[in-house]
Each structure stands twice: as structure tokens, then as C-alpha cells.
Design a protein around this ligand. Structure first.
Ligand SMILES: CC(C)[C@@](O)(CC(=O)O)C(=O)O
Ligand code: SF4
Length: 432
């Protein structure tokens, strides 16, 4: 029986050793780490009010502070407007360089497209979907407002070294199925607690061939299985994305797991026979193949969220909708994940295609995903490209939310019912 190489380490062990200065860390150990970046969003006002109560006026390192006004943007109420104003004033007074206002978009996407997320770094954020930063090879994890405030002041935060799970995805997906379908299938198989406090390392030929956009979808949705963080090994695809954000490759610390590292378990999924998947109300792990709910009548379709409103997501939806019309009686709301994505979609004609099909385009941000606009009435049903379908999340507690990929959402908007995207061929030919 060969004994595991005690010195071989997983990504999580390496990332936390780097952030803490400790060595030889094992899962379960608790250490103080020094995060490279602290993200807080619209509710940063909670941290500011706490500092005021503490009488603290100095930060550990203001250049590690990133604030993004994304969840309730633009302000819909005087209270939210006051919260935004407090954040703007704080950022100005403290010299926060990485402050992004209501026109920027969803924090996770904004930080990555602005070169603030780098491989090997330890990033904490006041949002559970901070796991998304693993798409660029960083250790990203969601924390509370108290933790962010503590990091603002002390520069450090305790962290328990997670167990690591390898998730090997192989097989060539059939046309009309995407990373979102793979993740919904995994969530349905493993359950909402399937990866609780684990580091999810995605690998396999399918993962390695993914775009950064779809790696973001992977790492974002890993949170819906309880993952502490998620990770796709940085490669040339990652580095090309980072080049475009202005990051200097020479400044990067790419951390890769060692061969022989010890994993709690390995999960394998062959996507070659996967059909489009749907999360059914009211939990994300209540997942079925689209065939089982096809024909479900829809009042609204929402293409948005940090999971699936990146440029590629909007382009896929436009490919399906090109030359088609949104069904009468259905509201199609498209909320680009960031201002940069919206500008690119405008320049390439993707927005025009969506608008000509009958879509309503909103400002970039969380939008309806956070219940900010696009609310549902009693008895209504929406199909959303987001990552959560908890009851009442998007308006009435008596409304129902199904989750899908952008392709399924677009095809369903055309027919007015949940539809298998493989039934909707674009003029350009079969679905990708
Ligand atoms: C704030 C809320 C809407 C949240 O962004 C919170 C979170 O993910 O931490 C979510 O998507 O559930
Ligand atoms: S899941 Fe929705 S509300 Fe939460 S950060 Fe992402 S876009 Fe915003």
C-alpha cells in the first residue's frame, strides 16, 4: 500500500499557506490569513457604520479594499440612495481606489474584468458567490460584513483549511448543453450540502477546454453545493484573459495542486450524454432534465446574474433569439453582468438582436436576481439564468423560479414555455 506523499498539497493548502505564511497545513487547521483583497458590495454601509461605532478611522491597507455598488443599483429608494452616498463619501475620504459605482455591474465580474483577481491570491467578499474567483485560480470565499470590517482594520482573518474534492468532468457535451447544465446536474446529484466547506477543484478534459466565462459559471455555482472555494487550474486560457485586463504575467503567483495531493474524494461526470438541466422550485438541488418540465408555462424569463450574464452568455441567448420573437405575454428581461459587457454587446450587435426579439435590457448589476426590479406577482412563473430559486427571492412568495442555461432561457422565451433549446435551431444552423 503506497502512503500518500505528506508534502504533496492541494490548491487550498497552498493558497492558505501563502496567505498565512504557515507551512505544512492540513485540512481542519485554523490559521490567521492575510487576504489580498476584501470585496464588499452595496451593503458596505454596514461595515462603515461598524467602524464609526468603533471610532476607527484608519485601514490596514486601503488598496486591498474593493467596494462595488451592485445589488440595489441604481437606488430604488431613498434608504438605498443614502447607503450608496455613505459608501461614496467613505471611499472618497479613505482614498479607496477600487470603488465602483452603480454603473459598473456585479462585483464579482467587475473585479475580474478589472484585473483585481489574480491566480494564487486569497480574496474574501461579502457575497457567497465569491467562490467565482477560482475561475482565475484564486482562493475566493464569501464572508460576513463583520469579517470584512475586521480585515479592513487588521488586515487578517482566520480561516480553517478545507478538505479538497476533485471534480473531473469529461466527455464532449451534446449541442445545446453548457457549463450551467453540468453544474445543475452536479448540484442535483451531490445536493446543496454536497461540498460543504470543501475546496472544489475542477479538472478533466472538458474543464480544461472551457472558456474563462464558463469556468466562472463552474466556480460560481460550486457555492450552491456549499463549497468554501472553487478552482480551475490557471493555464494559457486564464493568462490570455488576464492579459486583456492589463495584468502583468510577471507579477503572478500561479498555484497548482501537487500530483499525489490527498483529496477527500473524487467526483467524476461524463457530459457526453447530458441533456439541458432545470432546477425546479424551490431549491437549487431540485434538478431534472429539461424534458421533464418542458411545456411549463412562463410569465417571465430573466437572463442575468453573476452566474450567466457574461458576454458569452448574452451572445448564446442572442444566437437562439436571432430572427425570432419573444412569445406574447412573456416578459424577457436581460441584465448584463457589467457595463463593459453591455458596451461590448452593444458594439457587436448582440444587444440589438435581443431588443429586436422583444427583450427588455436593464442597467448592468444584480437586478432581478436580487429582487431589484422585475418582481414576480402571485402565481407567476419565471425561468432564470441565475444560481438561486429560493421561494420569494424574485418578488411574490407565491411565485415560482426555475433555473437554466441562457440557451434554454432564450428558447423558452420564444415558445412561452420551458423549452429544450435543441428544438430551436438558429438560422446559422444547429446550436453549439
Ligand atoms: C444579497 C443576496 C441577494 C446574495 O447576493 C447574497 C449572497 O449570495 O451572499 C444572493 O445572491 O443570495
Ligand atoms: S447571485 Fe445574484 S444577487 Fe447574488 S451576487 Fe450574483 S447577481 Fe448579485
Amino acid at each position: 500500500m503506497s502512503h500518500p506523499d505528506e508534502t504533496a498539497r492541494t490548491f487550498a493548502q497552498k493558497a492558505i499557506e501563502r496567505a498565512s505564511g504557515e507551512t505544512g497545513l492540513r485540512p481542519g487547521q485554523i490559521v490567521d490569513a492575510y487576504p489580498d483583497l476584501y470585496m464588499s458590495h452595496t451593503a458596505s454601509w454596514r461595515c462603515i457604520r461598524t467602524l464609526e461605532k468603533m471610532g476607527v478611522e484608519t485601514l490596514y491597507d486601503v488598496d486591498r479594499v474593493a467596494m462595488v455598488m451592485d445589488h440595489l443599483s441604481p437606488a430604488m429608494t431613498a434608504k438605498t440612495a443614502a447607503d450608496h452616498a455613505l459608501c461614496r463619501d467613505f471611499a472618497r475620504r479613505m482614498g479607496v481606489k477600487h470603488f465602483f459605482d452603480v454603473n459598473a455591474g456585479i462585483a464579482h465580474i467587475v473585479l475580474m474584468e478589472n484585473g483585481l483577481v489574480r491566480p494564487g491570491e486569497f480574496i474574501i467578499g461579502t457575497d457567497s458567490h465569491s467562490t467565482i474567483y477560482g475561475a482565475l485560480g484564486a482562493f475566493g470565499t464569501g464572508v460576513g460584513f463583520s469579517e470584512i470590517t475586521a480585515a479592513w482594520v487588521t488586515g487578517r482573518l482566520w480561516v480553517k483549511v478545507p478538505e479538497s474534492v476533485r471534480i473531473e468532468i469529461d466527455g464532449e457535451l451534446p449541442p445545446g448543453t453548457y457549463a450551467k447544465d453540468v453544474m445543475l446536474k452536479l448540484i442535483g446529484d451531490l445536493g446543496a450540502d454536497g461540498l460543504t466547506y470543501c475546496s472544489a477543484e475542477f479538472g478533466g478534459a472538458y474543464t480544461e477546454a472551457l472558456s474563462v466565462s464558463e469556468r466562472m459559471t463552474f466556480c460560481n455555482l460550486a457555492m450552491e453545493m456549499g463549497a468554501k472555494n472553487a478552482y480551475v487550474a490557471p493555464d494559457e486560457t486564464t493568462l490570455r484573459y488576464l492579459d486583456d485586463t492589463g495584468v502583468d504575467r510577471g507579477e503572478l503567483t500561479v498555484l497548482l495542486p501537487d500530483a499525489g495531493a490527498v483529496y477527500q474524494r473524487t467526483v467524476r461526470l461524463d457530459g457526453s450524454s447530458l441533456s439541458p438541466q432545470i432546477a425546479v422550485p424551490h431549491t437549487v438541488d431540485n434538478v431534472v432534465p429539461v424534458e421533464e418540465v418542458a411545456g411549463t408555462r412562463l410569465d417571465q424569463v430573466f437572463i442575468g446574474s453573476c452566474a450567466n450574464a457574461k458576454y458569452d452568455d448574452l451572445a448564446i441567448a442572442a444566437e437562439v433569439l436571432a430572427g425570432n420573437r419573444v412569445s406574447d405575454g412573456v416578459r424577457l428581461i436581460v441584465t448584463p453582468a457589467s457595463g463593459k459587457i453591455m458596451t461590448r454587446a452593444s458594439e457587436t450587435g448582440v444587444l440589438a438582436t435581443l431588443i429586436n426579439a422583444g427583450a427588455m435590457i436593464t442597467n448592468p448589476g444584480c437586478g432581478a436576481c436580487a429582487g431589484n426590479g422585475g418582481a414576480m406577482a402571485d402565481g407567476e412563473t419565471t425561468l432564470s439564468t441565475a444560481n438561486r430559486n429560493f421561494q420569494g427571492r424574485m418578488g411574490s412568495y407565491e411565485s415560482r423560479i426555475y433555473l437554466s442555461s441562457p440557451a434554454t432561457a432564450a428558447a423558452s422565451a420564444i415558445r412561452g414555455v420551458i423549452t429544450d433549446p435543441r428544438e430551436v435551431l438558429t438560422p446559422a444552423g444547429a446550436m453549439r
